[in-house]
Design a protein around this ligand. Structure first.
Ligand SMILES: NC(=O)c1ccc[n+]([C@@H]2O[C@H](COP(=O)([O-])OP(=O)(O)OC[C@H]3O[C@@H](n4cnc5c(N)ncnc54)[C@H](O)[C@@H]3O)[C@@H](O)[C@H]2O)c1
Length: 314
C-alpha cells in the first residue's frame, strides 16, 4: 500500500483529505501541531488501521520513519484572523515548513509532493476570473502579505526543487473551501455567517457586500486534490468552485437555508480585502476531468446541519 504524509492533517481540509486517501487505499500519516487543527477532526480515523497521527511542528523538521510515497503539504494557518495573529509562524511554515516537507519527499526516491497553495497568490486580482497564468496583484507589505507571500514563496520553492532535483511536484491553488469541520470561530465568511445565523446574531457584512467570492464544498475540493496528486500534471492548478456570489447574496442564502431571522449589519471593509475572487477551472476540467458537484445551497445545508449537531469545541 502506498504511504502518504499529510502535514496539517488534523485541520479542516487535511482531515477530509486523510479520509479520502485512506478510502483510496493509501496509508496515511497526519502531522499536525494543533495550532489551528483539532484532534476531534480525526477522531474517527484514530482506530482505523493504516492511519497514524503525529503531533509535531513541521518548522522543526518532519521526523517520519519508513517509506513515503507522497507528501501533501497543507500545514499553515488559513483564515485571516489566525494568520494575522501569528504572522511570523505563518511565514515560517510557508517557507521553512515547505522546505522540510520537500526534503522529506526528496529523501524518498520517486515520492510525489503536493503543495496546498491558495487563490491568495492572486492578491486583489486585476484579471477575472483568475487563470493559472495570471501572476497576481499582491501588496508585499500589506497585512495579508504574511500569508500571500509565504504561499508565493512556497510555490517558488516547490518549482525550484522540481527543477534542481527532478522531483514529481504539484501545486494546487485552493479557492475558498467550506463544509463540515470548518470551525464556527475560524473567521472565514461562511463560518461567520452560519454561526451568526444559527445563534440569532446579526450577520456582519464588511463593506457594502458587493465584493464577490466563490465557495467550494470540501468534498469537491478534496476530490480535485486527490485527482491532481494521482495525475501527471505539475500545476499550478486552480481547484475551486467558479460559482460567484456577492457577500450579500451569500448572507441572504445563509439566512434562507438556516431559516434564521438574523438581521444583516454592515461594517467597514478591512484593508486589502479583494474585490473579486473566482477561479478559472478550465485546466482542472480538461486535465483531471474534475468539476465541483455540490452547489452552494446544498453545501450550506450540509454544513449548517453539522453546526446544528454541535461542534466539539476542543
Ligand atoms: N480552507 C480554505 O478555504 C483554503 C483556501 C486556500 C488555501 N487553503 C490551504 O489549505 C491548507 C489547509 O487549510 P484549512 O482550511 O484546512 O486550515 P486549517 O487551519 O484547518 O488547517 C491547517 C492545519 O495546519 C496545521 N499547522 C499549522 N502550522 C503547522 C505547523 N507549523 N506544523 C504542523 N502543523 C501545522 C494546523 O494545526 C491545522 O491543522 C492550508 O495550507 C491553507 O493555506 C485553504
Amino acid at each position: 500500500m502506498p504511504r502518504a504524509v499529510v502535514t496539517g492533517g488534523a485541520g479542516f481540509i487535511g482531515s477530509h483529505l486523510c479520509r479520502a486517501l485512506r478510502a483510496r487505499d493509501w496509508e496515511v500519516v497526519a502531522v499536525d501541531d494543533f495550532s489551528s487543527g483539532r484532534r476531534a477532526n480525526v477522531d474517527d480515523l484514530l482506530d482505523v488501521p493504516g492511519f497514524e497521527l503525529v503531533e509535531h511542528d513541521v518548522v522543526h523538521g518532519i521526523p517520519i520513519a519508513g517509506s513515503v510515497d507522497a507528501v501533501l503539504h497543507l500545514a499553515s494557518p488559513a483564515s485571516p484572523p489566525l494568520y494575522l495573529a501569528r504572522p511570523l509562524a505563518t511565514l515560517d511554515v510557508g517557507s521553512i515548513g515547505t522546505q522540510h516537507a520537500l526534503e522529506l519527499a526528496r529523501k524518498h526516491d520517486g515520492a510525489r509532493f503536493l503543495l496546498a497553495s491558495t487563490s491568495e497568490v492572486y492578491g486583489d486580482p486585476l484579471v477575472h476570473p483568475q487563470p493559472e497564468s495570471y501572476w497576481g496583484n499582491v501588496n508585499p507589505v500589506g497585512p495579508r502579505a504574511v500569508y500571500d507571500e509565504a504561499k508565493r514563496f512556497a510555490e517558488a520553492t516547490t518549482t525550484a526543487y522540481r527543477g534542481v532535483y527532478g522531483m514529481d511536484t504539484k501545486i494546487a491553488r485552493i479557492f475558498n473551501t467550506y463544509g463540515p469541520g470548518l470551525q464556527p470561530d475560524d473567521g472565514r465568511v461562511i463560518s461567520n455567517f452560519l454561526a451568526q445565523a444559527l445563534d440569532g446574531r446579526p450577520l456582519t457584512v464588511y463593506g457594502d457586500g458587493t465584493q464577490t467570492r466563490s465557495f467550494c464544498y470540501v468534498e469537491d475540493e478534496v476530490d480535485g486534490l486527490v485527482r491532481l496528486l494521482e495525475s501527471t500534471h505539475v500545476g499550478p492548478m486552480n481547484i475551486g468552485n467558479p460559482g460567484e456570489y456577492t457577500v450579500l447574496e451569500l448572507a441572504e442564502t445563509v439566512l434562507d437555508v438556516t431559516g434564521s431571522r438574523s438581521p444583516i449589519e454592515f461594517r467597514p471593509l478591512p484593508h486589502d480585502d479583494p474585490r473579486q475572487r473566482c477561479p478559472d477551472i478550465s485546466l482542472a476540467s480538461r486535465v483531471l476531468g474534475w468539476r465541483p458537484r455540490i452547489d452552494l445551497r446544498e453545501g450550506l445545508a450540509r454544513t449548517s446541519e453539522w453546526y446544528r449537531r454541535g461542534v466539539d469545541p476542543t
